[in-house]
Design a protein around this ligand. Structure first.
Ligand SMILES: C[S@@+](CC[C@H](N)C(=O)[O-])C[C@H]1O[C@@H](n2cnc3c(N)ncnc32)[C@H](O)[C@@H]1O
Length: 428
């Protein structure tokens, strides 16, 4: 049996993949300015900060402390804080290869004393001893440091957001709570609203959905009332209640409608923080059932990052299919073995899950791009920016631009995001 729950593996996969794109986009985007500043003898400053609001102990084992199955699968079993720190180290290395320096800092928050102690042991075991700072009285930036904050995030998020709010700082905030109580919209918005900040939220859908049941379970106990108020705080108001009442009264036909409407409401809550924010989301499912346990919500203002996310999230979904299938096979074999049955030539009956091959009509994308930009000039970043709310990949848009070039409808295809292209006017 796979030791690490599949939803955790996928969560960590997305975190790792997106951290890699995030730092690449920043380093590639800074290179020109960094080298120009060097040539002028002026100081160039770029700070990258990883914040883990709910760190846990830095490892991803199952309840029995077993990681062997994950190792067999070649899976990473570090927890999110270590993945974040490695992401920052990769950023430093990438910048050094490009000939400049970036400064980094990790801020790891954990309220449980036991987990905090284990986190420190794990970080020491991973060779980070020299870089640790414990419970700083005042959070200030220190290059290469790893600040361990043993506290409730609700007590410290304002001072963290204040530290991130600097023109030199790009930050990546990971919020991975146990339940709705720990991520009131006020806390989440203080990070989503920061211009240089990308936020990944592991949104506890199943926990939330179960708690909505209190709405019609008769007179509310004080405990149940508090749980419902926590959901009000998560959304910032009580609009979610209307969706749940409609579902129970039959005006919303099936429960997946309720799920779709609640996630849509949360998406617009995040977008409401700042219209510049692009919000992407992906459901993560239980291993043994096709039922959503969490959604990962990801916010960014970078069109490049938003389009990269389309691909990362699609690939993560395929990976989830594969892991679920492998898990079902193992369960089947275990059940047969415990019933004393032998496998000679017989294979488990399940067929691998398949997904529809992705089909993108590049001619259609090219026509849409041309119809939006004809007669105008636009940078590659602006063209990407006009398509962030689609499911397209960057490679699809680049193919569409190459097609327009072949058709003589654009003068060139930008290579860097700042490159400007001139789109031919309709009647010329
Ligand atoms: C789901 S686990 C985090 C797992 C970790 N992010 C990972 O992927 O490896 C949630 C952690 O948040 C901690 N926690 C819960 N509420 C908290 C709060 N209000 N402030 C800080 N930590 C909290 C819990 O003790 C637990 O270790």
């Amino acid at each position: 049996m796979v030791a690490i729950p599949i939803q955790t593996q996928i969560k960590h996969l997305i975190l790792k993949e997106y951290l890699a794109k995030w730092r690449s986009i920043i380093i590639n985007g800074s290179k020109f300015h960094a080298l120009a500043a060097q040539n002028r003898g002026v100081e160039f400053m770029c700070r990258l900060v990883y914040v883990d609001g709910f760190s846990s102990d830095g490892r991803a084992f199952d309840d029995r402390g077993n990681s062997s199955a994950a190792e067999k699968l070649g899976m990473e079993h570090s927890g999110s804080p270590i993945l974040g720190i490695r992401g920052l180290e990769d950023a430093k290395a990438q910048a050094a290869r490009a000939g400049f320096d970036v400064q980094t800092m990790a801020i790891l928050v954990e309220e449980s004393r036991t987990k905090c102690k284990r986190l420190i042991e794990n970080l020491r075991g991973s060779g980070f001893q020299e870089r640790l700072i414990f419970d700083p009285a005042e959070l200030s930036f220190r290059d290469s440091s790893i600040a361990i904050v043993h506290d409730d995030l609700n007590n410290v998020y304002r001072s963290i957001a204040q530290l991130l709010n600097s023109q030199y700082t790009k930050s990546f905030v990971f919020l991975d709570p146990y339940g709705p109580k720990d991520i009131p919209v006020e806390l989440v918005s203080s990070f989503v609203g920061l211009p240089g900040t990308d936020v990944v939220i592991n949104w506890p859908y199943l926990g939330l959905e179960r708690k909505t049941g209190f709405l019609w379970s008769g007179p509310l106990t004080p405990g149940a009332d508090a749980q419902l108020r926590n959901i009000d705080l998560l959304f910032g108001n009580g609009d979610w209640r209307e969706i749940c009442y409609s579902a129970i009264l039959g005006t919303t036909e099936i429960s997946s409608d309720k799920e779709a409407q609640l996630t849509e409401l949360y998406t617009s809550t995040l977008q409401g923080v700042d219209p510049q924010v692009v919000v992407k989301r992906i459901p993560l499912e239980f291993e043994s059932r096709d039922r959503t346990i969490y959604y990962l919500f990801i916010t960014t203002r970078d069109p490049n990052g938003a389009l990269e996310l389309n691909q990362i999230l699609d690939e993560a979904k395929l990976h989830e299919f594969g892991l679920k299938w492998a898990d079902q096979q193992e369960r089947y074999i275990e059940r047969r073995a415990s019933a004393g049955q032998q496998f000679l030539f017989e294979l488990p009956p399940a067929t691998p899950p398949t997904s529809e091959p992705r089909q993108v009509n590049i001619e259609r994308v090219a026509a849409d791009v041309y119809s939006a930009w004809h007669g105008k000039s636009a940078s590659l970043k602006e063209v990407y920016g006009s398509l962030v709310n689609t499911r397209l990949y960057k490679s699809d848009i680049n193919s569409a631009l190459r097609l327009l070039l072949q058709q003589g409808l654009v003068d060139k295809v930008g290579k860097k995001v700042a490159d400007t292209m001139q789109f031919k006017a309709l009647d010329s």
